[in-house]
Design a protein around this ligand. Sequence first.
Ligand code: AMP
Length: 231
Amino acid sequence: MGLNIIMLGAPGAGKGTQAERCARQRGLPRISTGDILRQGIKDQLPVALVAKAKMDRGELVDDETMVTIVRERLARPDTNAGFVLEGFPRTVSQARSFDAIIEERRNGPLVVVNIVVPEEDLVRRLAGRRICSKCGTNAEPADGSGTVCQRCGGTLEQRADDSDQVVVERLKVYTRTTKPLVEYYRGRPTFRTVNGAQPPDSVARELDATIDEAAQEGARAALGAPRSLGR
Ligand code: AMP
């Protein structure tokens, strides 16, 4: 039985950092649709090159392309024990298609965690965010790492879509299109919210405990047992 995890949250909420750590710790693949698109652009794949213009403007890539990318990725055998998915779904339409994919897989509960951070923190975090051009690690130079990746020695760069104007557009798109997803998932026994406005280690602890508890709830729900009290 697999464990399928989706991390929701605004750009800058810490989804990438937490998804990477959580996936490593649980021996699951981390799947980031943003990373898949960025890799596709590097590899000059036609579908990713078409998406690039939208990404550069902070707009969403169309649902059909994104669902195809995720469907193909989840067909790979490394997802048999589950996955940590980040950056998808981003629209209610994607979420509906994803439910159908999960239904077909019949492989464990879907835990949905929403990482919540106040908007003013998001803007600050995104403006300061740097990505290693070699290994893709996220960093904040303000924390003393300068322009060199602490993990691999690569050069830290700002993502093109983390520039001020594009960040404003991405946050608008998030509020308009992605936030309604929270309402889409909220009534489910395996939906949880985590406070992302804490140091990363504290977020990690809260997230891990939350995922374990939600996964148990999901397994109970799958057996048709009543939900535990207090939720
Ligand atoms: P991210 O790295 O998750 O912030 O994604 C970077 C950009 O890739 C987004 O601003 C979108 O343009 C595009 N993108 C990634 N995932 C999706 C998705 N699920 N739906 C639509 N566009 C996406």
